[in-house]
Design a protein around this ligand. Structure first.
Ligand code: MN
Length: 332
């Protein structure tokens, strides 16, 4: 608990540095299994780990990714029913992404508890009987995973149990002869956390557009980019990580960007987030329709760098003011 508070303080003050390198998931999972087994045995909980047919690598900080997994595993054991089970699963979901799920057979969480789960502890303090120790740990997990370019989320059914998951980008296995690789690639990237860090979620099915936006956002150390390849995944990530701003393509596989916007606007947890449309539909009536649907701004492709950056800043400012307003309302 103390360590977690220190971690959170480190993260919030911008003093945490992560060393990102390709990590073998099978290896990390094996280490976690060894660490968690005594705790599981003591509580009479059986834990099933996945067997890896393929060796998956994620770009992560080894210590920190283990910290997150141990935290999820430890909660799944601690808040399980007597004689319960924990099932760990790895699913290569989207191309290039992997999801690690930790499923328990505990009591499950009510929707109210779910919305508070990843909030910093000053807000959790309002919940009198929230199990001590879970909240702060999960806040740290969320920050760490997002720093490594991942997403954390949870699905829960009261009376049945919860599934906590993290999703990360897959990366190539390190070269057999690591020293032969060029120096910049071999050196672990140092990531400096920043107290002012903002989150942008980009929902886009076109990899070229995503790459361009990734490049643009790479120039902005104050913005962290999350992405989703379709509307439903976008909604899922928006609910899980509550980004400051969402950038939404209109023509998406499955539901359209307009439909996704409506779902986000109807959900009280995401309704406050400004959603900027970014679409190839550039006719005046397309733009009008988009703004009518409730988009914060409507940008057209091809992306114009200045317009894009300016709009992003306006949306981020708007988000900051909305957050300040909400905080004042909460105080009153
Ligand atoms: Mn599209």
């Amino acid at each position: 608990m103390i360590n977690e508070i220190l971690d959170l303080a480190l993260i919030e003050s911008g003093k945490l540095s992560l060393s990102l390198e390709p990590i073998s998931l099978a290896e990390v999972m094996h280490e976690c299994q060894d660490m968690i087994e005594p705790q599981a045995k003591k509580r009479g909980i059986s834990v099933a780990f996945p067997r890896f047919e393929i060796s998956y690598f994620v770009k992560a900080d080894r210590t920190r990714v283990k910290q997150v997994l141990i935290n999820l595993l430890s909660n799944a054991i601690k808040y399980n029913k007597v004689g319960g089970t924990v099932v760990v699963d790895c699913i290569a979901s989207d191309p290039g992404r992997i999801r690690i799920c930790v499923e328990d057979t505990g009591e499950g969480l009510t929707p109210e508890k779910l919305t508070q789960l990843f909030q910093p502890f000053n807000r959790l303090g309002q919940e009198a009987n929230f199990e001590e120790g879970t909240g702060i740990g999960l806040v740290v997990c969320k920050r760490l995973i997002e720093w490594m370019g991942g997403v954390i989320g949870v699905e829960s059914t009261v009376g049945k149990g919860s599934v906590f998951w993290i999703e990360m980008n897959l990366t190539a296995a390190p070269e057999g002869a690591a020293h032969a690789a060029d120096a910049t690639a071999a050196a672990p990237a140092q990531v400096q956390a920043d107290a002012q860090l903002r989150t942008l979620l980009y929902v886009e099915d076109n990899p070229a557009n995503l790459m361009l936006v990734e490049d643009l956002i790479a120039r902005r150390p104050d913005i962290r980019l999350l992405s989703a390849r379709d509307g439903n995944r976008g909604i899922e990530i928006a609910r899980a990580s509550l980004p400051d701003v969402i950038l939404m393509d209109i023509n998406l596989p499955g539901i359209s960007g307009i439909r996704a916007l409506k779902i986000l606007a109807e959900d009280p947890t995401t309704a406050h987030i400004p959603v900027v449309a970014l679409s190839a539909n550039a006719m005046p009536h397309d733009i009008e329709k988009g703004l009518e649907a409730g988009f914060f701004r409507y940008l057209t492709k091809p992306i114009k760098v200045h317009e894009f950056m300016d709009t992003l800043d306006v949306a981020l400012d708007f988000a900051k003011m909305a957050a300040a307003r909400a905080a004042r309302k909460e105080q009153a």
